[in-house]
Design a protein around this ligand. Sequence first.
Ligand code: ADP
Ligand code: TPW
Ligand code: MG
Length: 582
Amino acid sequence: MATITNSSSTPSVLTDGMHIMVDALLKNGIDKMYGVVGIPVTDLARIGQGKGIRFIGMRHEADAGNAAAAQGFLTGKPGVYLTVSAPGFLNGLVSLKEATENGWPVIMISGSSEREIVDMAEGDYEGMDQLNFAKPFAKAAYRIDKPEQIALGVARAIRAASSGRPGGVYLDVPAALLGATMDQAAAEATIYAVEDPSPAMIPSTESVTKALNLLASAKNPLIFLGKGAAYAQCDDMIRQFIEQTGIPFLPMSMAKGILPDTHPQSAGAARGLAMRTADVVMMIGARLNWMLNFGEGRHWNPNVKFIQLDIDPTEIDNSRKIEAPVVGDIKSSMKLFLDGLKTIPVKASADWAKLLDADKQKNVAKFAARTSSTAVPMNHYNALGAVKKVLDKNPNVYLVNEGANTLDICRDVVDMQLPRHRLDCGTWGVMGVGLGYAIGAAVTTGEPVVSIHGDSAFGFDGMETETICRFKLPVTIMVLNNGGIYRGDFPNIGKDGDPSPLTLDGAAHYEKMIEAFGGKGYYATTPAEVEQFLTEAIASRKPCFINVQLDIHAGVESGHIGNLNPQPVIGPLAEQNKKPAK
Ligand code: ADP
Ligand code: TPW
Ligand code: MG
């Protein structure tokens, strides 16, 4: 703490930008930060740690951003991550954009270099016009230039990240700001906690009445739950509405667990039939984007009508006509829907439930044969069947999941029982989110995490294995190794003898990586071993790694979305595609 003598010769105590920033974050309840340090933010992290912000030092900024984003999704309050200038900043941008696409609140704080040198393009150390580069990747972006404005900058970032549709906010903190001084008492007077950062947005009663009337007129009504519904944290109201109306529901992947997947009204095992047959569909916090074929085409009843509950008015009519938009936050909306049922009763018919139940039973039987098979080498189905058995007994476990087949099959096989317990590749289908999400979930909740990756997906952020060990987090990393992107047996169609673009090492002992950092590694070759090792690993609450050996022939190209690949019409790949699949 420096003192100076001012003109009236009373000594004044000074503080600096870094201390003010830490105080502003703490005042707003931000007591965790993920990141990678260096010039000019090292002391910001150290001062934060000294004052009680838990700092999770990570190995890559994208992973730090994903950890912070997971925290945002799980808590409804922005997670914060810290990066250095230009290269660190650029590494962190991917997860800032991902969080924005997912609608999760996150704040990326980046150090930056001197404005006057950057603006004149003089070639500063890690100099870059970061604020302008960040703008298209963020929901909002701000630079703080004066220490007097730090508290305001933090407040703007928190409000922008968490209000309306949440998203990623960029906060630029130049080195000069971090080192700038200010009278400490005056600085303290600037600090404040943001009042009501994500205010309720109440929909009009007319829109709710219209939606309920449409629902009441339906023969085959259906409810889709999306991750916006999970984010809204009003699980009891959603459950009450679904149970009172008897309407079957389908959860998107991160909405699994709002109601348990084993709930009798879940249409999960009759998804295709439910979508093709429903005449009125109520979307609760789910977008009609690529994941739902934009609400049109052969997957949907051609005469389907939509009700859509969303906080963002521009989401309505995103890809097709919405008959009954309800714009507001889901908690306020569900309250009005429950009230409305008193005057506009809605009851789904027993015939509709019967139709779906028959289809469910047929599909469940088909599925059970695959997931309970003891065949070795294993494939995704029986390996994940073993995982399901263990997680059914451990509903408190947070499940992180990425890959192609590893993602799609795990989503279908492993049931969720609790809300907000599943985190995966999300709206963009990004690889490399897994260990960041696992770290964020473990740090935020203190509960055990099982992080299931395809062998390719794991490669993007595998070094965070060390972070998990350094912080002794209760995370079990599981890699399903089928030797490649989608699987390991694709030939090289050229003559150079190199592996195919899709091929990775199907015999790699990934579990040995964690042993280098003091964690426990397991190598599983049978479903019984998967079950035993996973049970042990979760119970240990220590960093563990299970390498699950799959058949290199297990998996289909691009998992369940192979139809999105453009198809060559000439050459060897075209010939191959003409052959019937094995
Ligand atoms: P999914 O991938 O599960 O289908 P999406 O991310 O596509 O879900 O859609 C989530 C939607 O939920 C977004 O359009 C977002 O604007 C909306 N949303 C997020 N939070 C809330 C909330 N609290 N209230 C209402 N809508 C919300
Ligand atoms: C950042 C493209 C989609 S899925 C995938 C890649 C590389 C890996 C699939 O193989 P994996 O799973 O993980 O072994 P499995 O079970 O099917 O074998 N870069 C980014 N994101 C994406 N989506 C890709 C590349 C991709
Ligand atoms: Mg693979």
